[in-house]
Design a protein around this ligand. Structure first.
Ligand code: XMP
Length: 515
């Protein structure tokens, strides 16, 4: 989307866990970056008119026959190339060098020694870098010079100044490479001479233009969940086409305290958006009556959500597009390296397959952005900080946090507990240090003594985790005084609860949610 308006750096993905990080680092320099599969045709790359190309790392060994190779023609495009780790090795081999698998592999922090001044290292003072490689280059191609070495690796950095080809054996994109961001900046700005005008302001301008051109006078439907992605997508589209956007907000009865009111006030009143409010609390509660099995609960909630969403949508008039808050990592991950589909509908966004009679096109205005960019975009569009930095919240909401049967009374109890927990975390200034904080109501009762009375009441657990991507998570070491305040407030203020536990399970083996 944005490539048309901005200088672009292409990252060719050789299967590295860090490809997305490379693209993010480039964007942090103010230059737009796109990730393409390693085998993208040179013509496909040229269509983006990139100022430079970065080959990512990857798990393969260049000496195996099926190792991934880029289109040879990329070396004749006349633009700078930076090879990182596997990217350096594949470039070396394809241009006439040699790579072997030495006995000694190198993992971890290393200190590199420069042998000659290089534009790539301009201004770099701290030479600690992150190494993670089995294979090593033992002979560099004709035209290249050595720029840096380590004790174990003679060709840690190489360059062919004339053709503007560069290679690094280490990973400048990870934070352990102390000044790696400077090397990426040097490559992008000084070597590729890309203009650093990519920012949220310019993104908004081009996205608005693009949405208007595509939508014309037709109408767009957007499911608002109250989460960051759908909120930002809706605001951006609203900025572009105003009342041609209609949002549907479903209250499934499993929302947090005051959530429905907050969404209606913010989007309906404050941002003045067309909003179809589907209050389906009762339908959800009666469908869940007596159900305790986690998978059954999820299925019931998911199906009813889809039914409710589409019957609300049918009231919205003639719709041509369905907007979704798909992000760049979803696009990259759903695109197989061998050239699969470039975008799929995200099923866990709770809008399942489209019913037959609704033939909508998808509008995914955030599909070029990373999560942190979506947050900046949200800020630029005027979303309150509280919403912009919000923890993830599952589609089935408190339904999967009410362990056992989901009833209105138990949900109300849980809403109070959750509100106290989140409030205390915010007051202690910890909210933004935590990936996600959640409370669960357990299907057990315990004996307690409150006042002079013996009680027999419900038990809740509090859980807070840190994580990068929700795939793995560590339990958050919550300060004792915060835990203490939560426990005493919950037992005092929430009727029906007399015991509070703190969950210290990591993921794995636990999941973040209990169900
Ligand atoms: P688990 O529990 O699998 O959760 O460790 C990983 C992350 O996904 C969130 N989650 C969901 N998000 N719909 C969503 O949109 C869902 O059905 C759903 N279930 C789990 C969870 O909160 C955590 O951030």
């Amino acid at each position: 989307m944005a490539a048309r308006h901005h200088d672009t750096i292409v990252v060719l993905d050789f299967g590295a866990q860090y490809s997305q990080l490379i693209a993010r680092r480039v964007r942090e320099c103010g230059v737009y970056s796109e990730i393409l599969p390693f085998n993208a045709k040179a013509s496909e790359i040229a269509a983006l008119q990139p100022k430079g190309i970065i080959f990512s790392g990857g798990p393969a060994s260049v000496n195996t026959p099926s190792s991934p190779r880029p289109d040879e023609a990329v070396f004749s495009m006349g633009i700078p190339i930076l090879g990182i780790c596997y990217g350096l090795q594949v470039m070396s081999v394809m241009l006439g060098g040699e790579v072997v698998c030495p006995e000694k592999k190198e993992y971890g922090i290393a200190s590199i020694n420069l042998t000659r001044p290089s534009l790539l290292f301009k201004g770099v003072k701290d030479m600690s870098v992150w190494m993670s490689h089995g294979d090593s280059v033992v002979r560099i191609p004709h035209g290249f010079d050595t720029v840096a070495y380590t004790q174990n690796c003679p060709y840690t950095a190489i360059e062919d100044e004339r053709r503007r080809f560069y290679g690094l054996q280490f990973h400048p994109e990870v934070v352990h490479s102390k000044e790696g961001h400077l090397m990426i900046r040097n490559f992008v700005i000084d070597i590729c001479r890309a203009e650093n005008d990519w920012n949220m302001g310019s993104f908004i301008d081009s996205a608005v233009e693009e949405i208007r051109a595509r939508v014309g006078s037709r109408q767009v439907l957007c499911g608002l969940s109250g989460g960051v992605d759908s909120s930002v997508a809706a605001l951006l589209i609203h900025k572009a086409i105003g009342d041609q956007l209609v949002c549907v907000f479903v209250n499934n009865g499993m929302l947090r305290k005051n959530e429905a009111e907050n969404v209606l006030n913010l989007f309906g009143k404050h941002f003045n958006m067309r909003l179809e409010y589907a209050d389906a609390e009762e339908a959800f509660l009666s469908a869940l009556k007596g159900v305790t099995d986690p998978e059954s609960k999820r299925k019931i909630i998911g199906k009813l959500f889809v039914d409710t969403f589409y019957s609300a949508a049918r009231k919205c008039g003639d719709i041509s597009f369905l907007a979704q808050g798909t992000l760049y990592p979803d696009v990259v991950e759903s695109r197989s390296v061998l050239g699969g589909p470039s975008s799929t509908i995200k099923s866990h966004h709770n809008v399942g397959g489209l019913p037959e009679d609704l033939k909508w096109e998808l509008l995914e205005p955030l599909k070029d952005l990373f999560k942190d960019e979506v947050r900046s975009l949200g800020k630029a569009l005027g979303l309150p900080d509280e919403l912009v930095n919000r923890h993830p919240f599952p589609g089935p909401g408190l339904g999967v946090r009410c362990i056992g049967e989901v009833t209105k009374i138990r949900l109300d109890t849980l809403r109070e507990i959750d509100a106290i927990f989140i409030e205390e975390i915010r007051k202690a200034g910890l909210y933004n240090k935590i990936w996600q904080a959640l409370a669960d109501l357990l299907p057990v009762k315990s004996v307690g003594v409150q006042g002079d009375e013996r009680t027999y009441r419900e038990v809740c657990t509090l859980r807070a985790v840190t994580s990068e991507d929700a795939m793995t998570a560590d339990w958050y070491r919550m300060p004792y005084d915060v835990m203490q305040r939560c426990a005493s407030r919950i037992c005092n203020e929430v009727a029906g609860v007399n015991r509070v536990l703190y969950d210290i399970t990591s993921k794995p083996p636990g999941t973040i949610e209990w169900e």
